[in-house]
Write a protein that binds this ligand. Structure first.
Ligand code: MF3
Ligand code: CO
Ligand code: CO
Length: 260
């Protein structure tokens, strides 16, 4: 019995949770505008999740005070939405959404631009998203887990950016964080991917150095050198010949089902 393998019924439920998490990111896009507070965005996400008979998993998770994480510019992850944090033209914003629907979790995040992004911001987000996609392209039963981190780190570093080492992707199902830990850099995890595994991949990438520091609020993580940071996250299912992106959004220029 392998506790990392989901059965058909669990997979069906995870597909539903994944679609809802993706819809939250599709829905929120039009609201990411100058002069909007990150708390307003949080509240719109919160209400949408509740209206869809689901629970925002971040709210109260180890005491996290809001329903989604919103991380702006040099915030790497776990940004706390705040009524005094007002978006301005040029900001880059990660919204990280985790929903619980029918007792199953799905976890996804993407970057949004407020107005026109700088050339550097745009390149950072593109490289981060492409590093995630490059790793998805490798996934199929039989490959070792470490291939994912190796691909992401090589891709990011060959583009002159750095990968954050402190946070990793994770198995996900009827709990938020399960085995395995999915590192986004070179490692030695020889676990072999099998059909039915469901986990997240969620690289955090900095324009400067990879070091981060946690703020006094106990949550907000920033780059130590104040450089910009981006993150993209998908929840994926290992299939017979590749993977399904359970949190795939309509507008993504990659297929929801990748056959390798
Ligand atoms: N969504 C994050 C992840 O990708 C976890 C956020 S935990 C919170 O694993 F408490 F900060 F919301
Ligand atoms: Co996650
Ligand atoms: Co997440």
């Amino acid at each position: 019995m392998n506790c990392m393998i989901k059965n058909e019924l669990e997979i069906e439920k995870m597909r539903i949770s994944g679609k809802l998490a993706a819809k939250v990111l599709e829905m929120i896009e039009e609201y990411v505008q100058p002069n909007t507070s990150t708390e307003e965005l949080n509240n719109i996400c919160h209400n949408f999740i509740k209206q869809n008979d689901a629970i925002p998993a971040c709210l109260g998770y180890h005491g996290f005070p809001k329903s989604v994480c919103i991380s702006v510019n040099d915030v790497v992850c776990h940004g706390i939405p705040d009524k005094n944090e007002i978006l301005k033209i040029g900001d880059i914003v990660n919204i990280d959404v985790t929903v619980i629907k029918n007792n199953y979790y799905a976890d996804t995040s993407k970057m949004f631009f407020v107005g026109k992004p700088s050339i550097l911001s745009k390149r950072l987000c593109k490289v981060t998203q492409e590093s995630l996609y490059a790793s998805l392209n490798l996934i199929k039963p039989g490959i070792p887990l470490f291939k994912i981190g190796e691909k992401i780190e090589n891709y990011v570093e060959s583009n002159g950016f750095s990968v954050v080492k402190e946070y990793c992707g994770h198995g996900i199902g009827s709990s938020f964080h399960e085995e395995p830990h999915v590192l986004h850099y070179k490692n030695n995890n020889k676990i072999i991917l099998k059909k039915g595994m469901i986990f997240t991949i969620e690289p955090m990438v900095n324009t400067g150095k990879s070091e981060v520091k946690c703020m006094k609020d106990g949550w907000t993580v920033k780059t130590k050198d104040h450089s910009l940071s981006a993150q993209y996250e998908h929840t994926i299912l290992v299939t017979d010949y590749g993977c399904d992106i359970l949190t795939w959004q309509q507008q993504e220029k990659i297929l929801p089902s990748l056959n390798n």
